[in-house]
Ligand binder design. Sequence first.
Ligand SMILES: [Mn+2]
Length: 421
Amino acid sequence: MKFLHAADIHLDSPLKGLDRYEGAPVEQFRSATRRALENLVASCLAEAVDFLLIVGDLYDGSWKDYRTGLFFAAQMSRLRAAGIPVFLIRGNHDAESNITRSLRLPENVYEFSSERPETKRIEALGVALHGQSFAKRDVTDDLAARYPDGVPGAFNIGLLHTCASGREGHDSYAPCSLETLRSKGYDYWALGHVHQREVLSESPWIVFPGNLQGRHAKETGAKGASLVTVENGQVVRVEPRPYDVVRWAVWEIDLSSAPAPDQAIELVREQLVRGMAEADGRLLAARLVLVGATAAHSALVGDPDKWSSEIRLAANDVGSERLWIEKIELETRAAIDFTSLAERDDAIGQLVQSLADLRKDRSALEALMSEVVADLKPKLLPELREGADGVRLDDPQFLAALLDDVEQLLVPRLLEKERLP
Ligand SMILES: [Mn+2]
């Protein structure tokens, strides 16, 4: 017996972070969750699985129009034609109270009740499936606790949308402990909600398959579902199967060996080539984090528009429309020994020393802050003050980091001037 375990399809959810670039393949990104679902269905047919599980967040939220539901129903009809049943539960994103539109689904699709845990038997396979849908978005009680014990003699599967014992970056819905899951006597727990693939246990199997298609730069790497093979009532294999059509990546690139920006771009290009090879022909959206103490630092930060354009040019060249740079984070540092510089008995030495003192001295920092805030804040546009990258002039930590940037920008230039005749 074989089945596919998928979750968090988030059908028609927008992929974030690329539409602001001219020429970005917006259409391919927009349809990515649909293409991934088609891949999942094609795989069900090719593997001739006995059934498919969809463990919550099939939909991202209420449908914009009926096309989302029609698309899903059409995919399920392909499975019906092959005699493959589908079992699904609703999660926080597609909880009953969240989805205002609905369509009748093909009869091979069974949706578990949101009122209480239910058990569905597949007699021919000796399988018992236990599951419960989310009635509303914020289910904070332990749903698993009320699931029934496993049916003796059957292969028992639990479908549960849960944060388990809590996972960073995921809302804590339907929390439960591994002990509770183990106590039910099931053979396989098909979990959903956490977008990163994770096998919590192999005895019994407790699995988050991850989402079907990454949707932004924080959902990196291969995405898909888990193919489970059962022989003589025992799970013998749980294999991740990739179905994503767009893959997200974050690449940290160390530029410390680059003597100048041209060589830095060359190092970036080498990473782009390596990354493309790993993506297996998929469309790739990459965030680049440039790090390292490098002699190229001052030139890079001196003209960030030019060098990020050079990087995008290299990406066009290497990627031939399969590679998109989502963001470039310039976190390089000047290749300068600031400690010995601070000991110099001249203006540069004094500058480095006082910047170092200022960062350590909280009251001096606060004094500077009140001056800066009074002076600058009225001039700052509101949009510059908001968001994670916002300019937070009243946050001492933000100001200390800013002083660091000042040092990294200013000192290399002063040293260059010094070297000129
Ligand atoms: Mn969820």
